[in-house]
Design a protein around this ligand. Structure first.
Ligand SMILES: Cc1cc2nc3c(=O)[nH]c(=O)nc-3n(C[C@H](O)[C@H](O)[C@H](O)COP(=O)(O)O)c2cc1C
Length: 216
């Protein structure tokens, strides 16, 4: 392989922030909210709500992909997807999941481990109704993660759904909806100088959040 694949000289000094020891006294949801707000304000972050979702499949192998965070509260984190997709099948077998946010311009990473469960049909319905027409038709036309013959197959399904629903309201497919991830662990990472990064972990134990500083 050419030298282009050698990234050993890619180095960056992290100096944008810090996590002081008194953060241990905060609620992790509060820290998340603050950091998320910072990410929202940063014009260089185009999709602050894009997060990596990792699941474990039936054969115990992990898979990660990006999904969009659509809601968060002190209960948990909600994203929407197709329940019959690869991730949906994995979650129905093993609801341990991991979320990861990385905002390079802030030198911040947040890792959230937790359990995913389907939200109520009413909540999924409400969110589906709020989506643009084209996204609704897209969700109807796509059996997410299914192997398809070619691009035209998808376009045809889209046209058919589009024709069917151009006068009536597109209905939410039964297998499309939200998952709520209830956290059991948060890890906040702030890049620091000389690789002495700040890491603060919160673990949910017996109804309280216990905080530990971790070595970088
Ligand atoms: C920026 C971005 C946002 C995405 N948002 C979602 C989303 O909110 N829900 C979703 O199901 N897939 C979303 N995807 C597509 C997923 O990454 C993935 O391709 C899809 O969900 C199928 O994954 P699976 O086969 O592992 O289930 C997004 C991809 C990108 C790059």
């Amino acid at each position: 392989m050419s030298h282009k694949g050698d990234l050993s000289n890619f180095r960056k000094s992290y100096e944008k922030g810090l996590i002081s020891d008194d953060f241990k006294n905060f609620n992790p949801f509060f820290i998340f909210e603050n950091w998320f707000e910072e990410a929202k304000q940063d014009k260089s972050i185009l999709e602050p709500n894009a997060m990596t979702l990792s699941t474990v499949s039936l054969d115990f192998s992990p898979k990660s992909r990006i999904v969009l965070l659509k809601k968060f509260s002190s209960i948990g984190f909600t994203f929407f997807t197709n329940y019959d997709s690869n991730k949906g099948k994995s979650i129905s077998n093993n609801n341990n999941v991991c979320l990861n946010f990385y905002w390079p311009s802030l030198e911040k990473q947040i890792i959230i481990k937790g359990n995913a469960s389907k939200i109520s049909e009413n909540e999924s319905e409400d969110y589906f109704k709020s989506r643009p027409f084209g996204s609704k038709i897209g969700a109807i036309a796509s059996n997410q993660s299914e192997v398809i013959e070619n691009r035209e197959f998808l376009e045809k399904k889209f046209r058919e759904a589009n024709n069917l629903y151009n006068k009536i309201n597109p209905q939410r497919p039964e297998n499309w909806g939200g998952y709520l991830v209830k956290p059991l662990l948060f890890e906040f990472w702030q890049g620091r100088k000389n690789r002495l990064h700040d890491r603060l972990e919160f673990i949910y134990e017996g109804n309280i959040w216990n905080a530990n500083r971790l070595s970088p």
